[in-house]
Ligand binder design. Sequence first.
Ligand SMILES: [Zn+2]
Length: 288
Amino acid sequence: MEFSWIKTLIIASATMMSVSCMAQDLIARQAPIDRKLRSVDSLALQRQIRAEQSAYPALSLYPNWDNRYVTMRGAIIPRSYTFDLRGFVMPIPSRKITSPFGPRWGRMHKGLDIKCNIGDTIYAAFSGKIRVVNYEGGGYGKYIVIRHYNGLETVYGHLSKQLVSPNENVRAGEPIGLGGATGHVTGSHLHFETRFLGIAINPALMFNFPMQDVVADTYTFHSTGPNRYAGTEEAESNADVVRYIVVKHGETLARVARQYKISVDKLCELNRLTPSTQLRPGQILRCS
Ligand SMILES: [Zn+2]
């Protein structure tokens, strides 16, 4: 308890210092939800956002929250989905990719290997909530999975030390572990994965490690596209009927329901909301 209080204090003072000297940079790095918290002055809305945060990020996309596995069952995969990549922080300063995403040694390599030394600090790529802190001797070694507010999950493998606990909220750029060579490796490196509903997406499509930047502000996932590993057959059959939207400023449940030709009750059922819920810009809603 003591430690987490100190950590909060450190983050709070760091935030205050940054605001005074480089406010623009800080705003650019913040998760959309943090920016929203600042911009809304309705206490009720702030309470609602906090309640959503305390459940888990991207609640309407993911069927559940478990602390055991990287993969998941029961996710309904939309035909396409666009991620907001703003606020990304490189998980490691190294620019050197030692092994790309794709087939390797007769099986699928579902992430990128990035050069690192044992003990190098590993940072959270986006703000989110720690889902898994686990050990797999024959594979990931010591690893961490974070679910982010933009709908992505990131996986960090072969760590020498994990600095976070399951269900802890983290900010983009916060240290989460130390690089290492645990699990199935030939040398120290960070194995970095980006997943959407359990499906591994090539991180190089979103992040340019040699340039230390995002490829673009957004990335659109297509369920039938290349450079991905589909872990589920169910994806194709459900792809036509599931649709997600990102709420725009001023939109209400009634307006979204009208636009997508479904009832408010159905919309509430799909998103685990009550009819009195006030929507907020940036909120992800399932509409079919
Ligand atoms: Zn790897």
